[in-house]
Write a protein that binds this ligand. Structure first.
Ligand SMILES: Nc1ncnc2c1ncn2[C@@H]1O[C@H](COP(=O)(O)OP(=O)(O)OP(=O)(O)O)[C@@H](O)[C@H]1O
Length: 271
């Protein structure tokens, strides 16, 4: 089987610590993954590896059939869409929104005399429309709200028509309405068979869009458990991964979690 992403015994060492510790993970065509874990679990490091931005200390990483270390990463990266806070910080606030998306075709931020094809412009316009921000195309990126910026970033990440799309906490900082709109947009993306393979990093099960197929729970740099959503999202697995007693609830095609309610003392009469 050809995997879209194939990590084999991958570790990343920083100082005395393995911040990724012996991770083996395969993603097949058509899958939509959520990576969950508490602060410091290693989620962003995992996405750095999966987006060919970081090499492992040990282990092998094969992305879209190319093994890291044996491939020109500058040829590989346009095939992988990535949206993250770190990338967003590099977008000049004065950049016109349309150009924020368009420049992804050339893997740069900041438009500077590149010869853009009309087709590229049309694609950038379509993506802005698909994420409901076409009306902001001529605004400066720095003037957008957090939610509007997140949508523009995802449009940018899709500009190169990637085969793999990695989203690092796309709902962070959004209000309830913004989160729900984004979850809806990602559910739509997940539903298209032509969409890239999706990997979404989040802290909250409430942000899992309908249509996502698999969940990985990370803990201390390793995989606590990974597999189909229904198998992984249990009270026991989530509690172990987050280190506290949690109750998970499924309502329709959405999930929520909260601290387990302690059994109340019963049987007594008040007064
Ligand atoms: N260059 C580095 N040197 C030392 N430690 C690092 C380095 N980069 C990351 N770490 C540590 O590795 C661990 C994993 O970091 P990472 O950012 O991958 O976690 P995360 O799961 O994305 O966390 P969060 O949910 O808080 O964003 C953290 O403890 C972090 O402090």
């Amino acid at each position: 089987m050809t995997w879209v992403l194939d990590l084999h015994n991958v570790s990343v060492r920083r100082g005395e610590k393995n911040i990724l510790d012996d991770v083996s993970w395969q993603i097949a065509e058509g899958e939509r993954w959520v990576v969950l874990g508490r602060n410091g679990a290693g989620k962003t490091t995992l996405l750095q590896i999966a987006s060919a931005r970081m090499h492992p200390t040990t282990g092998t990483v094969t992305i879209l059939g190319s093994q890291l270390g044996r491939v020109d990463v500058f040829e590989l990266r346009p095939r992988i869409g990535l949206a993250s806070a770190a990338l967003a910080e590099r977008i000049p606030p004065s950049e016109i929104v349309s150009d924020v998306v368009l420049t992804a075709a050339y893997a740069v931020t900041g438009r500077w005399r590149e010869a853009y094809e009309e087709l590229d412009q049309a694609r950038a316009d379509d993506l802005l429309a698909a994420f409901g921000v076409a009306h902001l195309a001529q605004r400066r990126f720095g003037t957008l709200s957090e939610g509007e910026r997140k949508r523009v970033q995802i449009a940018r990440a899709l500009m190169t028509d990637p085969e793999l799309l990695l989203l690092d906490e796309p709902a962070a900082g959004l209000d309830l309405g913004g989160r729900e709109e984004l979850v809806g947009a990602l559910a739509e993306l997940a539903a298209y068979p032509q969409s890239p393979v999706l990997v979404l990093v989040t802290h909250h099960v409430e942000e899992i869009p309908p249509g996502f197929t698999h969940v990985m729970l990370m803990r201390d740099g390793g995989i606590h458990i990974a597999g189909p959503v229904e198998d992984v999202l249990t009270d026991a697995h989530l509690s172990a991964a987050f280190g506290l007693d949690l109750e998970v609830t499924r309502t329709g095609d959405r999930w929520s979690a909260r601290a387990a309610q302690r059994a109340t003392r019963s049987g007594g009469h008040s007064g």
